[in-house]
Ligand binder design. Structure first.
Ligand SMILES: Cc1cc2nc3c(=O)[nH]c(=O)nc-3n(C[C@H](O)[C@H](O)[C@H](O)COP(=O)(O)OP(=O)(O)OC[C@H]3O[C@@H](n4cnc5c(N)ncnc54)[C@H](O)[C@@H]3O)c2cc1C
Length: 339
């Protein structure tokens, strides 16, 4: 669709700042833009906020975020999400930012793969390693949302259920160990005999009550409205066994790609977005923060992404309205924080 055609359409959302990516950098940018009294929309292709923390390592302990001695990935994601909610941003989860149209006044129209149209005065790209989509289970995809899932942000939802976890990496093993505490039973199947997960986790798994089946793959899924059973087939002997399960957690890894953002006209360097010290990209009023950025000396850490997000937001605020100050004051200043 051309810019003229889009300009004639009323945007579904009209905000000061559009944030692309609800990982730690994007969630913190959402908080910070709210703190600066700007209206915010956040899009993320995943259905859960938290980026890599929620999708790749929810059960790992993070030790190197300032002021937080130790915290699980999913807990930090939840805290960042809670902090981001302080100023009520519009959270658009399950939508990927797709096409960018620059308007004559310097603002933007962005479309999503789901057909939304968002108007924003500035954009902050916090897209991490790009759009990552879970590798799908080869069979039974019609049960997604009906017993088949790729994320477990809230283990309590599987309390008392018979769970099948599929996969051999860190996420699969971590999920199996996490769900063992709440589920009625957990079976873990992997198509190879060796697990790719951390040695200590595999040792813990072997000591646990989780039933381990290797080298097995899911060959069929059964159920009416919801998953009721699966066939699992031995990769070597082709022997097939039917297991009665209520839930399948497929942890088969993710495919990451920069996707449509690569066509937004920003200077790219090694599949990352080049930024200057203000976190500005080569496109006026588009800023970037977090793992997606590249500049000399860049280090990919959560703490770095949070700092970059604050820099990006403050500079975007001035780009939108040059009468604004770059430094907004401290959140601890009287009357700065909503009661
Ligand atoms: C196993 C593992 C352990 C780690 N441990 C640590 C640690 O201990 N300490 C530490 O500091 N760091 C750690 N990291 C790194 C840390 O997770 C990253 O630095 C951090 O997640 C980067 O945050 P981000 O917000 O920039 O990007 P991400 O977390 O990657 O989030 C980006 C988000 O953008 C979304 N997105 C991308 N493109 C689009 C689009 N076009 N439209 C909509 N949404 C889009 C993605 O879906 C994703 O949710 C670890 C990483 C891994 C994989």
């Amino acid at each position: 669709m051309s810019s003229d055609e889009l300009s004639g359409r009323t945007p579904d959302h009209d905000v000061d700042i559009l944030i692309v990516g609800a990982g730690p950098s994007g969630l913190y940018a959402a908080y910070y833009a709210g703190f600066r009294a700007m209206s915010v929309a956040v899009v993320d292709s995943l259905s859960e906020p938290g980026g890599q923390l929620a999708a790749l390592y929810p059960e790992k302990v993070i030790y190197d975020v300032g002021g937080i001695p130790a915290i699980l990935g999913r807990e930090l994601a939840a805290d960042l999400f809670k902090q981001a909610q302080t100023y009520n941003p519009t959270m658009l989860l399950g939508h990927s930012a797709q096409d960018l149209h620059r308007l004559d006044d310097g603002s933007f129209l962005v479309t999503t793969d789901t057909g939304l149209l968002i108007h924003a005065k500035a954009i902050i790209v916090t897209a991490g390693i790009g759009i990552f989509t879970p590798r799908r289970l080869p069979v039974g995809q019609e049960y997604e949302g009906h017993g088949l899932r790729y994320f477990v942000p809230n283990p309590g939802e599987l309390s008392g259920r018979r769970v099948l976890v599929v996969g051999g990496g860190d996420s699969a093993v971590d999920y199996a160990l996490m769900l063992e505490k709440v589920a009625a039973s957990v079976t873990l199947i992997h198509r190879r005999n060796e697990f790719r997960a951390h040695e200590a986790s595999v040792a813990q798994l072997r000591e646990s009550s989780v039933t381990i089946m290797t080298p097995y793959q899911v060959s069929a899924v059964y159920g009416d409205a919801h998953v009721e059973a699966v066939d699992v087939t031995d990769h070597d002997t082709k022997n097939t066994v039917r297991l009665e399960v209520d839930e399948i957690v497929a942890a088969l890894g993710f495919v990451a790609e920069l996707g449509p953002l690569a066509n937004w006209g920003m200077e790219l360097r090694h599949r990352h977005i080049a930024v200057d010290t203000t976190m500005a990209t080569s496109v006026p009023r588009i800023y970037a923060a977090g793992d997606i950025t590249d500049y000399p000396g860049k280090v990919k850490l959560i703490s770095v992404g949070l700092g970059e997000a604050a820099i990006a937001v403050n500079n975007a605020a001035v780009a939108i309205d040059p009468s604004k100050k770059l430094f907004p004051g401290h959140s601890s200043d009287p009357d700065k924080h909503p009661s």
